[in-house]
Unconditional design. Structure first.
Length: 142
């Protein structure tokens, strides 16, 4: 397995673990409008939106990982959405403001400070134990 493929798997796995740890175990009533005609919501299906700015081999690997995860977890649907890297931070800020932010955001680590300063992300050590954090990639925790 290539180093890039291993890194991509670890990033996706860490993000999905974080999401599942934060997910509610009971369904809450929905007050939003019903989906558009033709779109069906299925009970028990977890929908994850992932924003990225990847292309080429990285995007192919990400697609393969997402589809593989869905095959191993039939109750999960992952929607990969490409966004321009140059506009990712601004777009994410707007989506946080209107409540439509993706569950997973893949962007350069240099933006973590901006995300934290704007309170778009929170410290992981407020949510997870040291043992749980030790299972993640150090780059994802630091």
């Amino acid at each position: 397995m290539s180093r890039l493929n291993l890194l991509l798997r670890c990033v996706l796995l860490a993000a999905l673990c974080l999401l599942s740890a934060c997910a509610s175990t009971t369904a809450e009533p929905r007050t939003s409008p019903s989906p558009a005609s033709g779109a069906q919501t299925q009970p028990g299906i977890v929908r994850i939106t992932l924003w990225h700015s990847w292309s080429g081999a990285k995007l192919d690997a990400l697609n393969n990982l997402a589809r593989s995860y869905e095959q191993n977890h039939p109750d999960v649907r992952i929607s990969l959405q490409s966004k321009p890297a140059s506009d990712m931070l601004r777009s994410y800020g707007l989506s946080v403001a209107d409540g439509s932010a993706p569950q997973i955001l893949l962007m350069l680590g240099r933006y973590v400070g901006d995300l934290a300063e704007r309170q778009y992300i929170a410290p992981l050590d407020d949510v997870f134990s040291d043992e749980e954090l030790a299972q993640l990639l150090p780059q994802a925790v630091d």
